[in-house]
Design a protein around this ligand. Structure first.
Ligand code: ADP
Length: 683
């Protein structure tokens, strides 16, 4: 099978086209998959963040529960120890705790201590029998002794604490009216020390009013100095937060007493007034919190709640302007239940508790938003509402996160696409190189095939002639002496032709294997050319060629391998003879010349033969190349002659080129540089 066969070539190109097509289809599939994978990665990343948000939500819930439970337990224990300092500390342990509170039966106590406006479920409804009668005796009948007796019955342990305190206050009031100031003073002193904790959270009687009553009774008892001291002490306690101000007006009362009973200068009085006013404002704010506690907690006090409410409970609602959260828990205290709670300021809880944890756990990928905001946009795709009791907020992916994921996915997709493109390009380039190589290989194989055919022919013809004339001579069949001479000359010419051909082939194979070396010595180019022409002259004359030779005299020497140069010239002469048609004319010229700044000589061989088409001129010197023209094809040749010429010339640091015109003839010129003052050698 011949590889140069047209069908084969067609199959080869169909296969290459199929490979290209398949590669493109696979590449397109790869790109589609990369895009799809990019989308899947994006969704997975956003879903993954949602899982993280869920974990964050649960963690926040657990932590808040744990913290609240610990706080509530500690408040309960401090309350049992009656440790006011610890209670105040616990109430400010975290920025988000506004108030700590304890419900002991119906009595609400708070830390920081504030008086609380009376709840709707007034204590009046639980007034002990006898108290109302006592008030009647005191205020209507002015029978103070009888009134005191009735009041005293209300001071027993069986009476609710609130009514015990009211009874003590009433007794002190009666004693004061009777002028028995010492007893009144004693009662007030006992109340302000022993019942401070309870009185702090009541607005009537309040710890403040007990202290103020003490000041007044001391003043009434003419103990001005002690009264002044008591007023100063009350001021200090109010400023320290030990005694809450029930209302703004109470501040004015205290300022009035200070002015009356102490030696304070007017500007000092004014200073105290301003300080008290600021405290009253703060108390007012806290009173708001306390009233929230009341509104939410009191419905939960009665009836006692079931066992299911044992742990920490949360109530989260917005009442008034500020959203608040109540955390509370029930405890047993000598058989009775008390309720311990925290009033939590939601906005501060958000800023100091929730937001920092979300920032840490979410690495900036999660954002916290109030729950009632518009639902998340498509890009963010989800919102995770925080677990109870933080359901006022929700978590969403930060827009930066979505952008970053988009960017990363895009980069990844483009990388895949780029790599696929690169792979396709490399594959195409490899395929193109392969196609070129195969084409070249095909062309070379074709040339070699032709070469084999040509050479066989070249060998066969002279051998047949030599044999024919040899046998004729051997058997004495030559008719005349003249014929015999002619037969001898044919045998000589054909054997020369064989030698020439075999030399060319051997030289070419040496060159091909890289073994060919030239032994260059200084010699006279004119002489080499002259001798070569002489050896060839017979052939030219015999074929009727008109030969012109022009050799410039006194040529400088060249460094040359005389045999090689002679062979090159012979090849050119041979071609000139072979490719001449009707006009049998050959001219050889040797002249001085310079090329690219180098001095030397040119040998040119001109003919008026078939000429060489422009498109073939570049390839003339390639191995096995033969002209495509029909006239050329009919002439015997191996396609090696010019290849050898070029190799010889290049081995002599020279050049060879051709000028030609189709139908007019060709001139091949060899340039050889002149010998420099340099030792001869091998190249
Ligand atoms: P061959 O002569 O054996 O074919 P060569 O290498 O000597 O091989 O020449 C290569 C080709 O160059 C020839 O086949 C021919 O087409 C072209 N050629 C060489 N010399 C001449 C010339 N003097 N005139 C026209 N064509 C030439």
């Amino acid at each position: 099978m011949s590889i140069s066969d047209g069908t084969d070539r067609r199959w080869w190109f169909i296969a290459a086209a199929l490979v290209v097509l398949l590669t493109l289809v696979l590449a397109a599939g790869g790109i589609v998959m990369a895009v799809q994978q990019g989308r899947a990665v994006r969704q997975a990343r956003i879903r993954g963040l949602r899982d993280r948000a869920e974990i964050v939500s649960t963690q926040l819930q657990n932590e808040l529960n744990r913290l609240a439970s610990r706080h509530l337990g500690e408040i309960y224990r401090a309350f049992q120890r009656q440790d006011d300092v610890a209670l105040n500390r616990l109430a400010s342990a975290d920025a988000w705790i506004e108030l700590a509170f304890v419900y002991d039966k119906w009595v609400l106590m708070t830390w920081p201590a504030i008086t609380v406006a009376r709840s709707e479920r007034s204590h009046e409804a639980f007034a002990p029998p006898g108290f109302g009668l006592g008030e009647q005796l005191e205020f209507v009948d002015h029978n103070l002794d009888e009134a005191i007796k009735l009041y005293q019955r209300c001071t027993s342990e069986a009476t609710p604490l609130y009514w015990q305190l009211r009874a003590h206050m009433a007794i002190a009031g009666c004693r004061s009216k009777q002028g028995r100031f010492d007893e009144a003073i004693q009662i007030y002193e006992r109340l302000r020390t022993r019942y401070a904790a309870v009185l702090r959270s009541l607005d009537s009687p309040s710890l403040f009013s007990v202290n103020l009553a003490l000041v007044d009774v001391l003043a009434a008892a003419d103990e001005r100095a002690r009264a002044g001291e008591a007023a100063e002490e009350l001021l200090r306690d109010v400023l320290d937060g030990q005694v809450p101000l029930p209302a703004r007006e109470y501040a004015d009362l205290l300022v009035h007493r200070l002015a009356q009973l102490t030696n304070r200068l007017p500007e000092e009085i004014e200073g105290a007034r301003r300080q008290l006013a600021a405290i009253a404002d703060r108390q007012h704010h806290l009173a708001g919190a306390a009233s929230v506690v009341r509104t939410w907690m009191e419905p939960r006090l009665d009836p006692p709640l079931g066992a299911e409410e044992r742990g920490v409970q949360f109530v989260a609602e917005t009442l008034g302007a500020r959203p608040r959260l109540l955390a509370y828990q029930r405890f047993e205290r000598s058989g009775a239940e008390i309720l311990v709670g925290l009033c939590i300021h939601m906005e501060t809880l958000y800023e100091t508790f929730v937001a920092p944890r979300v920032r840490t756990a979410g690495h900036g990928d999660l954002i916290l938003r109030p729950n009632e905001l518009t639902p998340p946009s498509a890009a963010e795709s989800w919102a995770q509402v925080l677990a109870m009791p933080l359901q006022a907020w929700q978590l969403q992916p930060a827009s930066g996160f979505v952008d970053r994921v988009d960017r990363e996915v895009r980069r990844q997709t483009w990388t895949y696409v780029g790599l696929t493109g690169l792979a396709v390009t490399v594959l195409m380039a490899a395929l193109a190189a392969l196609v070129t190589a195969v084409r070249r290989e095909m062309a070379l194989t074709r040339l070699k095939n032709e070469f084999v055919a040509n050479v066989s022919h070249e060998l066969k013809t002279p051998l047949a002639l030599i044999r024919l004339f040899g046998e004729t001579l051997l058997y004495g069949r030559a008719p005349s002496e003249e014929k015999r001479r002619e037969y001898y000359s044919v045998i000589t010419r054909e054997s020369e032709r064989l030698t020439h051909l075999i030399n060319n082939i051997l030289d070419f194979s040496r060159i091909d294997a890289g073994h060919k070396r030239y032994r260059r010595v200084a010699c006279d180019l004119g002489q080499i050319v002259g001798q070569t022409i002489e050896s060839y002259r017979f052939q030219l004359d015999h074929q009727g060629f008109d030969l012109g030779v022009e050799i410039e005299p006194d040529l400088p020497p060249v460094l040359a391998d005389a045999d090689a140069v002679s062979q090159a010239l012979l090849n050119l002469l041979n071609n000139a003879v072979k490719y001449s048609a009707d006009e049998k004319w050959v001219e050889v010229r040797v002249a001085r010349a310079s090329r690219d700044g180098r001095d030397g000589m040119t040998v040119s061989v001109a003919d008026r033969g078939v000429g060489i088409p422009v498109e073939e001129r570049d390839r003339l010197f390639e191995g096995f190349f033969r002209g495509s023209d029909n006239k050329v094809r009919q002439i015997r040749g191996s396609g090696l002659g010019l290849t050898l010429v070029r190799h010889i010339v290049t081995g002599h640091e020279g050049e060879v080129w051709v000028a030609s015109e189709v139908g007019q003839g060709s001139t091949f010129t060899i340039f050889l540089p002149r010998a420099e003052a340099r030792s001869p050698g091998e190249t």
